[in-house]
Ligand binder design. Structure first.
Ligand SMILES: *Cc1c(COP(=O)(O)O)cnc(C)c1O
Length: 389
């Protein structure tokens, strides 16, 4: 049975409407991210807390608000429904007991990129894509390669040449064609665009295709479901392209429209590395868009994104939620990975550990109160970064 209530795509900046039944990248006129829209009145009739109880235990349980029409097109490795772990001892040690970790490291390929790429590859297969391509700082390439392998389609991935070898090996194991580029993820993006022009590849760059965000938004649905439909006070999210943060913010609006949650919203916090903090800078300066960060350098590969096409959507979510943006040093995040590991049993990626550094900073500043509920997103496994410690 097909329960998807997808209706159309809408430009995130101008509201310009595009049809949802063909392969699309950015909005045709404004060249900004397209957001999927649903018939939420219809969706709300069957997407209820009761109805969810018996459904499959992965991100595909929220069928009504997912874009895939034909369940035979779902390309899945079991992504989503990751645990929300209480981390009360960690919380107590830093003066904020009600601390939780949404442990995204337990996804296929060891990061939450699996959510976005499972969704995007499934929808692209449904709409007829034949060759898949992505520029990546590491984890997106691994996830695209895995889902392309599962779909039986060729994948072309482009990564900076200084990417840790584990990321390259992972893609090769999945049979992808790997190209290492002397440059940053933005330079890799250029190479993908050349392949799109020359060979008709489909470009899976973050927010340049409409459905990775639909996969990532399921983190927001899960969080609500796991917290009995009462969202936390603060969400701390390590932000590169910002897909997950934008996606969760979108999920909260959808859930509110369907009557699943009330109007209480978490304050959304972006954390970036001080070596690449374009969103933090734009937030502090009150800008609508971020400017390109020159000389981007951080060991947290997922945060090495000098320019994000969805910058204005990230900044909107931070401001609408009365959230904030924090830059932290690489050394502190590496130290905080150990602090987290010792008391929680979770070995976080440096990006995930950065959330703890940000939380400590915001507690010190009095921005987070001792009695508030805080969720940290551990977006990937530390195992892929073991060379850093
Ligand atoms: C990609 C990535 C991020 C950044 O995610 P966005 O949603 O693009 O902001 C954070 N952490 C890890 C481990 C990643 O792979």
């Amino acid at each position: 049975m097909n329960r998807s209530t997808l209706t159309h795509l809408e430009c995130g900046l101008t509201g310009e409407i595009s049809p949802a039944d063909e392969l699309q990248n950015l909005s045709p006129k404004a060249q900004k991210p397209l957001l999927a829209r649903y018939d939420l009145e219809l969706a709300g009739k069957t997407l209820t807390s009761k109805e969810l109880v018996g459904r499959r235990k992965d991100m595909w349980r929220y069928e009504e608000v997912l874009p895939v029409q034909d369940q035979n097109c779902v390309i899945s490795l079991g992504e989503g429904m990751t645990p929300l772990l209480e981390a009360f001892r960690l919380g107590e040690s830093i003066g904020c007991r009600n601390t939780f970790i949404k442990d995204e490291s337990q996804n296929p390929t060891g990061s939450f990129k699996a959510r976005g790429l499972s969704m995007a590859v499934s929808r692209a297969v449904e709409l007829g894509a034949k060759e898949l391509a992505v520029p990546s700082a590491g984890n997106a390439a691994g996830a695209l390669s895995a889902y392309a392998a599962r779909a039986g389609l060729p994948a072309h991935v482009f990564m900076p040449q200084d990417v840790p070898s584990v990321f390259r090996v992972e893609c090769e194991i999945f049979g992808a064609q790997v190209t290492l580029i002397d440059g940053l993820i933005t330079d890799c993006g250029k190479k993908v665009r050349e392949g799109v022009e020359a060979h008709g590849w489909f470009d899976f760059s973050t927010l340049k295709e409409p459905y990775r965000i639909e996969g990532k938004k399921t983190m927001g649905y899960e969080l609500a479901e796991q917290m009995a439909w009462r969202l936390p006070d603060v969400i701390i999210y390590p932000t590169g392209g910002g897909t997950g943060l934008i996606g969760m913010w979108k999920a909260f609006q959808e859930m509110d429209a369907m009557g699943l949650i009330d109007s209480h919203r978490p304050r959304m916090v972006t954390v970036q590395s001080s070596g690449c903090a374009p969103i933090v800078k734009a937030f502090e300066e009150g800008e609508q868009f971020a400017t390109m960060w020159e000389g981007a350098a951080t060991k947290a590969d997922g945060l090495r994104v000098p320019a994000a096409v969805g910058d204005f959507l990230i900044l909107n979510a931070l401001r609408e939620s009365e959230g904030t943006a924090v830059a932290v040093d690489d050394d502190d995040m590496l130290e905080d990975a150990k602090r987290m590991g010792e008391v929680t049993g979770v070995f976080p990626a440096p990006e995930g550990a950065a959330c703890l550094t940000a939380q400590r900073k915001l507690i010190d500043e009095g921005w987070i109160q001792a009695n508030e509920t805080v969720v940290l997103f551990n977006t990937g496994t530390g195992l892929k970064y073991a060379h850093l410690w």
